[in-house]
Design a protein around this ligand. Structure first.
Ligand code: AVI
Length: 319
């Protein structure tokens, strides 16, 4: 029998879901935080989104990690301690770890204990020689890294999937600054970022024909009904995802299909017919936008890779 991996618990504070929902519904326009998409069903639906023909980011990024692995490894340097922000399916991590020269340790940082344990155990099984040091923490704050048994030359933060795009600009700068503190002065961060392109391609990616993204968005209401006792009627809301060209971002809303009242924790919130509640943004990037964001966090772009169509980019940021 294998011994379970030891998790370093930095005691992240629990989400105040009810408080966040009440504050969001009291705002004008109404909004709900996109981080609450990812309950178990939401995570499964997101995995299904990544397999839709219209949702190109995952496919393109996986191909890039396979294609540019040797260059990324050269730019990152040998004997790195890989620190992944969040834990996905592990497909991208596997490609990165396979490409790197003699990686010393792998630390996934996650706020969900079950997601953290699952991803750490999977990678531990697959990479027998690699030390896996999972940390239960909120990665939007600097995280003291557990020291590997074998000394690493540097830390490499890995944040794929263009997940940075789901944060506001202000939050992104804060997150990148926290990353800079976590990686140390000779560390780096490898980010996957979705690039600006033909708006029709982007809009299709967030409005797949099979309706998986719509189901993912509406699952938020089912999740809130279960976890905060709200009485949203998911059938009375519709998924809308629009690309705002001037801002280079997809904004996803839930549109109320009729005039209705939703009750949360004894408080009543009226929705007009056609009223849209903001639930997610997905920023798309240009080189100028990436450089400015990095600079605001005390980082610079040290290496860059794009796919042949310039749809998706990998960027290595250093202090
Ligand atoms: C996780 N995140 C980067 C995805 C995105 O593309 O913004 C979430 C998503 N929402 C709808 N489709 C995918």
């Amino acid at each position: 029998m294998t011994t379970p991996l030891r998790i370093t618990d930095l005691h992240p504070s629990d989400d105040d879901i009810a408080g966040d929902v009440l504050r969001g519904l009291a705002a004008t326009p109404k909004r709900l935080p996109s981080k609450y998409f990812y309950d178990q069903r939401g995570s499964e639906l997101f995995e299904a989104i990544t397999r839709q023909p219209e949702y190109y980011p995952t496919r393109v990024e996986l191909a890039m990690l396979a294609e540019h692995g040797a260059d990324i490894a050269r730019a990152a340097g040998p004997r790195v301690h890989v620190v992944e922000y969040g834990s996905g399916s592990g497909r991208k991590t596997r490609l990165l770890l396979d490409a790197l020269e003699d990686p010393v340790a792998y630390t996934p940082i996650e706020i969900s204990r079950s997601a953290l344990a699952a991803s750490a155990e999977r990678l531990d099984r697959e990479f027998g020689d690699l030390e896996v040091l999972p940390v239960l923490a909120d990665f939007t704050c600097p995280v003291p890294l557990p020291p590997p048994a074998r000394q690493a030359d540097s830390a490499l933060v890995f944040f794929p999937g263009s997940t940075l795009g789901n944060f506001t600009r202000e939050e992104s700068v804060r997150l990148l600054s926290a990353m800079r503190d976590t990686m140390g002065t000779n560390g780096a961060a490898l980010l996957g970022l979705d690039l600006e392109k033909d708006p029709a391609i982007i809009e299709a990616a967030y409005n797949d024909a099979a309706g998986v993204t719509a189901e993912f968005t509406l699952n938020l209401l089912h999740r809130l009904n279960r976890d905060v006792g709200s009485d949203f009627d998911p059938a009375s809301f519709a998924h809308r995802a629009r690309y705002l060209r001037d801002e280079g971002r997809i904004v996803t809303t839930l549109e109320s299909l009729r005039a209705q009242v939703v009750t949360v924790d004894g408080r009543r919130f009226a929705f007009a017919q056609g009223e849209e509640m903001h639930v997610e943004q997905s920023q798309k990037y240009t080189d100028a936008r990436i450089a400015a964001l990095a600079a605001d966090a005390g980082l610079r772009v040290a290496a860059a890779w794009n796919d042949p169509r310039d749809w998706f980019g990998l960027r290595l940021l250093r202090p």
